[in-house]
Design a binder for this molecule. Sequence first.
Ligand code: MN
Length: 744
Amino acid sequence: MNAVTFPDSKPLDIALPDWLNECLISHQSDQNNQDIDLICRAFNFAYQLHEGQTRKSGEPYIAHPVAVAGILRDLGGDKAMIAAGFLHDVVEDTNVTVEEIEEMFGQEVALLVEGVTKLSKFNFSNKTEQQAENFRRMFLAMARDIRVIVVKLADRLHNMRTLEPLRPEKQRRIARETKEIFAPLANRLGIWRVKWELEDLSFKYLEPEDYREIQNFVSEKRIDRETRIETVKNTLQKRLDDMEIQVLELQGRPKHLYGIYFKMQRQNKGFHEIYDLAALRIIVKTNEECYRALAVVHDVFKPMPGRFKDYIGLPKPNRYQSLHTTVVGLNGRPLEIQIRTLEMHHIAEYGIAAHWKYKETGGSNHTHFSNEDEKFTWLRQLLDWQSDLKDDQEYVDNLKENLFDDDVYVFTPNGDVIALSRGATPVDFAYRIHTEVGNHMKGARINGKWSVLDQPLHNGDIVEIITQKNCHPSIDWLNFVVTPTARNRIRQWFKRSRRDENMARGKELLEKELGKNGFEALLKSQPMQTVAEKCNYQSVDDLLAGLGYGGITLNQVVNRVREVTVTNQKQEVSEVNLPSASPSPSCPTKPNKSPILGVEGLVYHIAGCCKPLPGDPIIGVVTRGKRGISIHAQNCSNLENVAGEQFIPVRWNTVDSKGCVTTYPVDVQIEALDRVGVLKDILLRVSDHHVNVCNAGVKTGRNKPAIINLRIEIRDRQQLDYLVNSINNMSDVLHIHRVNGVDF
Ligand code: MN
């Protein structure tokens, strides 16, 4: 058909396939058929753009897009897909932009070309299985339109068919990619015809020896096999005619070489054991005829028990329908027979592509999915169904869970794929790579351009994180990160980065409490290590840091220290004879005006060394001076030198003269990560403890923790301790301490 001279009346430098020639000829006489117009214009445009370019084989480059368009046409692709087949390489290989494609060919074609162009940019070589799976998932997520993947598969199929002129390393790289990424994708979409061919072609380049061996076996046995099949065919054809079953096709079924190889490997069988199995396919018109044909087959040949499967009554998850049986054929050799209708056959061969085909004939003028919902519902079902077929259920569950959640797939500069939640930013990305990358992140480049850190990432972005040793997280990051990993690690950093500060503070607190004498030695002692462990810290330093940032209260530590020292040095400590923290039984039950119970009628004063505040556990010490009873905090270090008989139990009065519970105002200051709602959450906890708030103030500064000042009305120390612990356990809270008083 060299009669067509197009464009510019120059003779074409390649022979075009018949379907395209016909298209071009009918376009010359009738410009009004929109489908033909689009296809011809796309071809013409691609032809001009690729003019002068050649493939490795030396043939004109245009042969490739023409072949890809042809494959798409064979697969039942619509006009937009066929046009995209012609144009799929122009954006990458010429200076045409997607915008220009859209102007000339409409949005649909432009989106397909853009999608395929994006997918072409990735380098899949040398990936682990996990990475390969990520790639496949990314493909599905990225190619919002499944047709993009089908166009890409057609592109890959033709490249695989024409791999011969390339260097062996390149052949193997492309073949491996095909085997790991593209064949499974074709499988997932049910396009078996493409899947088989991709598998066979990659097999050929990846395992050339095995491939040739199997190929030789198959051709050696061809005559024998074909003779056998021919005999069976004749017998069956006659009987089916007798039964007036109209047979559309009855022929030996080609087995693809990789399938044989795979079966041999998996079942650990020799070639003969696998290949002895001849196979035959019968295609009839109706479902009913399928079953009638089956009856004929089972009448002529003896069925092998347990080998019959009715996938018409119970279709396979990917919509595959067929009757399968294995019978004892000539010479007692097993013969596999498949029986199906033409429509079933198309679905088996073309998978999701057949879906378009049948939608088209079904009267819809849209040859693709009419809306997103339908498209995804269908793919979702496809995947649900296919999951039944897989052996590795966990893998499939994982896949299903992840495929349609709102993930976004981006690349490291090395080309590894990272899956993140939708809306994830460069900071999320950095923390996913490594905590240290996040903690020292200075900036980010997305697709080579500097980016703000809160920029949401898009599928296919290449993200590069720039780190610098003295860079640190900013509290501001918590306002935009979306992954829990990043959020937690930023918080952790803020807690941990103050470790030194916290340790110093904890040490100071404890020293004040226990006295300077022998303090350093105590910290290094085994009993102190025991204290740390009893408080659930690994080391004394951890304990001090915990004390410093408020992970544990001073009271708790001191009590533990006393406990441990008491057990260790019973003799010495027995003299101290510390009173219990519980209220003294001598306290009066009647309402009393005195703020301190147990000192009624006595002179007393608040000790200057520890200045206990209402709510702190206190103890009275009888002094020899005129100032009477001295009221100390129970954990005051000066008590160590007091003889037991000098103590008298006292407690704060919690009931006023009218019998009402007395509360004491306590000021606390909370340092918290500044995020929306943190104050509300803290106040919620306060009210959970039935504590009233008299006053609350918040100071915030850019990139600084928020400082929250609360004046709360506390009934007693225990109530305060519980509340403080509860606030301290909030992940946003960095530190809580009491203002103007003995700390917790
Ligand atoms: Mn291409």
